[in-house]
Design a protein around this ligand. Structure first.
Ligand code: ATP
Ligand code: MG
Length: 346
């Protein structure tokens, strides 16, 4: 809410509870995060205004799919200085309440790839990324930034007001797994394991203090490429590791704990993101509203004038009509008088 990017992901072997932890149902991380965001907005709305957008995508067999617009094909991973790494074209929906967010998630969930494996009846066969993009600005703010905090400010226009921009990524990873019996599931499993292996490699390289700066293979999988901005520093990260209590899964649980120990060593330097130009949607919408208000006032003035003209014209017509009526009356009186005169003469 303060303009920092945040990423939360659940990691662990299949059927260990990642989806359960992140899930849309209470007490999942997603509904709790959504409630927290709206609670904050309710408390801060006297002094700040907010614009919230959400998107929901999955990475299935190394293909990115927009869960809110499944017809879209050829989604690409792009990068720019303001947004970092992002996916485009991705449908973003404006949301105004926790209920509207949950409705959007529900719609996305129905398009998600889930299948039955030897280990989990409803196994996530894809990595899903639910994003909330939050823009906020002070009501009646002055252009001065707050003192003493690090921030990213994009090209400022004179007199522009800062808009804080943050992105919350809530990620449910597909589970690492041993080979399963079903062929289709094995193919999916190979992709899942490859991207999780790349995630492990990226984290090893990032946290390997001995080798110093090294090439980080973010581009080896879609998952690590999308997470690049978060993993490389400009985000706060929370990683939830899930393990199975079953003794047969000891090796997998050990690996998950090793992953957790490594991931703890990532050092982040999240910076506050502020936008000073009209790239902020909030700013754009504000301007649009102001323009529309201006147009409405102009139209009202125009209609007022028209109404006044019409009224004057009507008054004039009424006057003319009254004059005509009076004249007709006079003519009728005169005619009556003449008829009476003629009758008198007879
Ligand atoms: N803490 C928990 N309490 C109760 N049930 C749980 C808990 N964690 C997981 N489960 C149950 O265990 C099963 C497997 O969990 P889940 O689907 O979340 O695993 P997963 O890690 O997402 O697996 P996959 O990688 O295959 O998607 C589900 O039926 C879920 O409801
Ligand atoms: Mg799952």
């Amino acid at each position: 809410m303060e303009g920092y990017h945040v990423t939360v992901f659940a990691y662990g072997q299949t059927a260990s509870g990642k989806t359960y932890t992140m899930a849309k149902d209470q007490p999942g991380v997603i509904p709790q995060a959504v409630d927290d965001v709206f609670d904050h907005i309710r408390r801060a709305s006297e002094n700040q205004e907010f614009l919230l957008r959400v998107s929901y995508m999955e990475i299935y067999n190394e293909q990115i799919k927009d869960l809110l617009n499944p017809e879209t094909v050829d989604l690409k991973i792009l990068e720019d200085r303001r947004r970092g790494v992002y996916v485009s074209p991705l449908k973003e929906e404006i949301v105004t309440s926790p209920r509207s967010v949950m409705k959007v998630i529900q719609r996305g969930e129905s398009n998600r790839h889930v299948g039955t494996t030897d280990f989990n009846e409803y196994s996530s066969r894809s990595h899903t990324i639910f994003q909330m993009i939050i823009e906020s600005r002070e009501r009646g703010a002055t252009p001065e930034p707050l003192a003493g905090q690090s921030r990213r400010v994009s090209s400022a226009k004179p007199g522009a007001v800062a808009v804080r921009f943050s992105q919350l990524n809530l990620i449910d990873l597909a589970g690492s797994e041993k080979a399963t019996t079903d062929l289709e599931r094995r193919k999916e499993g190979a992709y899942i394991n490859k991207s999780l292996l790349t995630l492990g490699n990226v984290i090893s390289k990032l946290t390997d203090l001995k080798t110093g700066p090294a090439h980080i293979p973010y581009r080896d999988s879609k998952l690590t490429r999308i997470l690049q901005s978060s993993l490389s520093g400009n985000a706060k990260i929370s990683v939830i590791c899930t393990v199975s209590p079953v003794i047969n899964n000891l090796e997998e649980s050990h690996n998950t704990l090793k992953f957790a120990a490594r991931v703890k060593n990532i050092r982040t330097r999240a910076e506050m993101n502020q936008i000073m130009d009209d790239k902020a949607l909030l700013q754009k919408y504000r301007q649009e509203i102001q323009e529309l208000r201006g147009k409405l006032t102009e139209m009202n003035d125009f209609f007022e004038k028209e109404k006044l003209q019409e009224l004057t014209q009507l008054k004039q017509e009424k006057l003319k009509w009254e004059e005509e009526m009076a004249e007709n009356q006079l003519v009728r009186c005169a005619q009556q008088f003449y008829v009476d005169f003629l009758i008198g003469r007879l």
